[in-house]
Design a binder for this molecule. Structure first.
Ligand code: FAD
Length: 487
């Protein structure tokens, strides 16, 4: 352990208790990566925070010692956002799992950051409410991670992303101060600092309590599964549904390869021979859902088979294949990259064809699973790390898919964030001026660049540094750790 970290560990043991401070090398290795296991860094020290006071004391100590820190919730992130810093502190919030309050009359839930996403709905359901953003990882991911990533999910098409459901947050700023952003009531006056914080990927501070908006459970939910011979037909049906003014709770699509993987993993029994399936959920008042359901059936006329869920059990079966799709791909390929990009919905058929061309050109298979309703693609690029050159080809194909997303006016990430993984793609989407402007926001919160350095931005510029090409002789901590480059 480096000398500075040794002293920091001593201060933290005194402040928050020795049982919350991990310095043993083997134990530290538990935290060396998040869901993107391609990147691994063992942190210098881990803090298992039990309260906001623990988080504030730890960040304050880091600020005093100029030691970088990284927040971690459940560690399910797929962009390396919670990748530790080799000379820094990893602050784990997964023990902060208290649901502070469920307030149906205000349509609010107040929770600690380590609370699991699905547990909010479980707590709210007896009151007739649910928490709408539902990442496929909702059984394990934390609300703190969701806030940092502005996470989405199948039902965000109708209900909006995490940012639409967070009304307030307690935040420990990078100098260790505990502040409140937003509040219980919507639309606080002044700059929307809460809006800046949601989706900031741990670079503006650590949230220690979040006030969430709850949504009334719908009167009715109806679900259909439509099997098409081609992806074009499924894409056209998606556009037709939205174009007709129907906003389903979810429209999800899987292509033939993704279906093959799901069948192998969970035997979901989707119609044989489908080139693509659509799963459509409609929810709301009975009368509205019935009318719209009839409309959707007509708009899916090109499907060769349509199944209508008879009840909750069959609905769960339809969703089982989709929800297990990422992990299921492990059944048909030893390794794979989960990509995440966005395109305008209407470009779906064309972009999927182009992804097919990318796949053939690079000699790697690509399975497509995605939130079709909002154009959020999740191409799964399959490869075998044991075959020389395949991992590199998969990486190149994966980058080429993101280029396609940009070409069609979309984005390099829909919901998984930039993290460590996509910093290099940021200059393809944003100009230097755009990135400099974002850095100004970051520096206003974190003048010493201690909060999750090396993530999101391609250039780990120090605050106060002259814009333009890097001139400094000193290395930034994330550069020293080999996590980022100064250009
Ligand atoms: C099988 C699978 C399916 C997935 N499906 C989806 C999906 O449908 N939609 C989707 O959006 N994502 C999905 N994800 C990605 C991931 O689950 C989400 O990004 C999730 O929000 C991460 O939560 P976490 O608690 O695991 O965060 P972590 O991975 O621990 O951290 C993620 C980021 O949040 C920061 N962070 C964590 N806690 C805090 C805090 N308290 N304050 C400030 N910053 C913090 C970290 O520094 C890091 O940058 C999926 C992942 C898997 C493995």
């Amino acid at each position: 352990m480096v000398a500075g970290i040794d002293a920091l560990a001593g201060r933290l043991r005194d402040a928050i208790g020795a049982e919350r401070v991990i310095t043993d090398r083997q134990e530290l290795r538990t935290y060396e990566c998040d869901g993107l296991a391609r990147f691994k860094v063992v942190p210098a020290l881990v803090v298992l925070a039990g309260s906001a006071a623990d988080v504030a004391a730890t960040v304050q100590a880091c600020a005093d010692a100029r030691v970088p820190f990284v927040a971690r919730g459940s560690g399910t992130g797929l962009s390396g956002g919670a990748l530790p810093h080799a000379d820094g502190v990893l602050i784990v919030t997964s023990q902060m799992r208290r649901i502070v309050e469920i307030a149906p009359s205000d349509e609010r839930a107040v929770v600690e950051p380590g609370v699991i996403n699905l547990h909010v709905t479980r707590a709210a359901a007896p009151h007739g409410y649910f928490y709408a953003p539902d990442p496929s990882s909702q059984q394990i991911c934390s609300i703190g991670g969701n806030v940092a990533e502005n996470s989405g999910g199948a039902h965000c098409l109708k209900y909006g992303f995490t940012t639409n459901h967070v009304v307030g947050a307690h935040v420990v700023t990078p100098d260790g101060e505990l502040v409140q952003l937003g509040g219980r009531a919507p639309d606080a006056p002044g700059y929307d600092l809460l809006g800046a914080f949601v989706g900031s990927e741990g670079t503006l501070g650590i949230t220690t309590e979040v006030t969430l908006r709850l949504v009334r459970l719908p009167e009715t939910v109806r679900t259909l599964l439509a099997a098409f011979e081609t992806i074009d037909q499924a894409g056209a049906a998606t556009s037709a549904i939205i174009g007709a003014g129907v906003v389903p709770a979810a429209v999800e699509m899987m292509d033939a390869l993704a279906i093959e993987a799901a069948e192998a993993a969970v035997s979901c029994g989707y119609p044989a021979g489908a080139g693509a399936v659509l799963i459509v959920d409609l929810d709301g008042p009975d009368a509205e859902v019935e009318a719209q359901f009839a409309q959707v059936l007509t708009l899916c006329a090109e499907a060769f088979e349509i199944r209508i869920a008879a009840g909750d059990a069959e609905r769960a079966l339809f969703w089982k294949g989709r929800k297990s799709a990422f992990a299921a791909v492990g059944r048909i390929s030893p390794d794979y990259i989960v990509q995440d990009g966005v395109i305008p919905r209407t470009a779906l058929p064309e972009v999927l064809h182009r992804i097919g061309e990318v796949s053939r050109a690079h000699g790697v298979r690509v399975a497509n699973v995605f939130h079709a309703g909002d154009g959020n693609l999740h191409p799964l690029v399959l490869f075998d790390d044991g075959v020389a050159g395949e991992a590199e080809r998969a990486e190149t194909a994966s980058g080429a898919i993101l280029d396609l997303c940009i070409e069609y006016g979309g984005s390099i990430t829909g919901e998984h964030g930039v993290g460590m993984d996509k910093t290099k793609h940021m200059p393809r989407m944003f100009t230097d001026d755009d990135l400099e402007t974002m850095q100004l926001v970051r520096c206003a919160f974190d003048p010493h660049s201690l909060a999750n350095p090396g993530k999101v931005f391609p250039t780990p510029r120090l605050c106060g540094e002259v814009p333009g090409r890097h001139r400094g002789a000193d290395q930034h901590p994330s550069q020293e750790a080999g996590l980022a480059e100064i250009f």
